[in-house]
Design a protein around this ligand. Sequence first.
Ligand code: ZN
Ligand code: ZN
Length: 309
Amino acid sequence: MIDITLIGTAALFPTPARALTAAFLTCGGHSILFDCGEGTQSAARKAGVNFMKADLIALTHYHGDHILGLPGLLQTMSNMKRTEILYITGPEGLQEELKSVLKLARRTYYPIEMIEISADGLKLSEIIRGWQSEARLTAFKTEHCVPSQGYCFTLGRAGKFNPQAATELGVPVNLWGILQKGQSIQLGDKIILPEQVLGEPRRGLKFVFTGDTAFCDNLITASKDADLLICEATYGEQEQAPHAIEHGRHMTFAQAATVAKQAGVKKLWLAHFSQMIMNPQEYLPNATAIFENAICGRDGLSTTLHFEN
Ligand SMILES: [Zn+2]
Ligand SMILES: [Zn+2]
């Protein structure tokens, strides 16, 4: 299962009512923070998430409303005696863009490593101990006025375990768990592969976080069949679409809903609302007319995604 919390929903600057857009994912006791604008640290506390659990901070781009909370958060992690390595990832230019941020954070008592995610995605268990082997984070290019990327987190699910096949192969019961986790075992001079005792892989879970972007095909492809899509929807009215493009390349509620519909996602949470939007609910019908299962994100909104039976 995956827990997702929307930490904030604002674009550009935080207000008393809305923190800047960021999200927190937890899976098997390990977490990823998506974006970290000014005030994300306090908004995370308010939302009840423990940012100390974050192994990785995934930045969508280097605009202030997505990164200016980093120096403070990194310092707090140090003050709270973090010792575990922290990974930070982002689009091209990561090292250069974060130089000044890390300087501001001063000395930290834990290592920070910047990593790039390849086109195949990152199998989290390969760099961070404790992550489930089926957990993978992929980045995909989005269209903003600066290099930007969204993220897709997937949790694969192995096929059903076949006890009869395991018994026939002579696998002792105490080794079944290893095969169920997708690992091979050695039995005398034989190697038993997980696929010998597991059925066809079952549908897993998928979560997508867009960051700032204009409507684009890449977004639809990356969001295909997601269980939850948190999508930027900076402007409420469809008439503002040209304005959304002129001012940095963003989206409207209707465009976010169109992405959700075309990608066949299960649930859509709108976020990254312009300061001109006092009450996002007023504009929600512009999204639900296109995609019924859309809601306006709000700070602290959370959900748990479960495997289907
Ligand atoms: Zn933004
Ligand atoms: Zn931006």
